[in-house]
Ligand binder design. Sequence first.
Ligand code: UDP
Ligand code: MG
Length: 316
Amino acid sequence: MKKVDLIVPCYNEGEVVNMFFDAAKKVTDRINGYEFGFIFVDDGSIDNTLELLKAIADKNNCVKYISFSRNFGKESGMYAGLKNTKADYAVILDADLQHPPELIEQMLKAMEEGYDCCAANRATRDGDPALRTFFTRCFYRFVNKISEVDMPDGAGDFRMMNRAMINAVIAMSEVQRFSKGIFSWVGFKTKWIDFENVERAAGQTKWSFWKLFKYALDGITAFSTFPLRIVSYLGVLVSGSAFIYLVYIIIKTLIAGKDVPGYASTITLMLFIGGIIIMSCGILGEYVSKIYMEVKNRPVYIIGSTNIEEPENDYR
Ligand code: UDP
Ligand code: MG
């Protein structure tokens, strides 16, 4: 019998974990021919999430939990789940029931049809704030233009993968993870299914606007070096125009003689070029800081406690 693990990252989800487990268990009990397991990853919650998870695990043999030593972020949670699953298929779901477990049946069907991966695509963003939807749309449009991978808007982390794809995703052991890019970068035959977005069952979103903004920047720098190229283009453009201007000044001086006033043009050019230099340094800095963090090779997550017998840590 094929094994399927549900990987569920949870951060302060005390209000919904029980609700989630009941709903998901109902679905998995209904599906025959597979052996289902749960891997809950408690991402350093400061509420009662871990106690609730332990209680669920005590009552259900199929439930494993991994508790991080602190909050490492959802990316780390998904990575830990994938590293620790031994199942044939793994599916990643949010704990807040925004990813309907009912889709698992459809996903399994796709896997049987021979797909390596079945990803759920949010058809709408109802239930998300309008401003956030707007910026998310802009982000995807931009990132898809400049990056080497294709990241469909609406594609979250809700997807089922087979062993081959899980191994490939784990092999991408970068410290600063951007799963949407990773999933697309590794390739594999993917089937897309649509689902309606719903509001989270209870509790609150863990994403502030600022957190999302930083995440978006990470996404851009993780899968594209285009910003660095812009810097070179700008450099060529500015020095090219400066050279033309230089020739113009020389000729003008030779013909019309010395021209002392010129304060406005000088200051404008100085500010313009200064601005470009600062911006370029900033873009370079983004990449240098990424290299710095990557070179340190710190673990993506640290397990504080777990009921998995021989857990895969990420000590590199
Ligand atoms: N999450 C996590 N660590 C974090 C933030 C979020 O494991 O630092 C989990 C969270 O518990 C949930 C999922 O990631 O299961 C998605 O988070 P959320 O619902 O807050 O995001 P949204 O649906 O608003 O994008
Ligand atoms: Mg959510």
